[in-house]
Design a protein around this ligand. Structure first.
Ligand code: SF4
Length: 77
């Protein structure tokens, strides 16, 4: 498993994460910020645990995000 963390309040809506990992990200047209699908919000930090198969795509999103607000951690399980 991996954990994705996303600090949504700083998103500028550039769409890069969605292009690179379309299964996990969507644009919210109402506020122009990306949605991390399946995530829970805790004080503005959204987190979700997903399978390792999603690692590469989401790691690429984290790398390219101009705000550096996406973080990926591998979990020991
Ligand atoms: S790449 Fe970063 S700034 Fe751009 S839409 Fe995704 S989360 Fe927002």
């Amino acid at each position: 498993m991996i954990q994705i963390t996303y600090q949504r309040g700083k998103c500028i809506g550039c769409n890069y994460c969605i292009e690179l990992a379309p299964d996990r990200w969507r644009m919210n047209k109402k506020d122009g910020r990306s949605l991390l699908l399946g995530a829970k919000n805790k004080k503005g930090f959204y987190t979700v645990k997903v399978n390792d198969t999603e690692y590469e795509a989401n790691k690429a999103s984290a790398k390219v995000c101009p705000m550096k607000i996406i973080h990926i951690n591998k979990l020991n399980k």
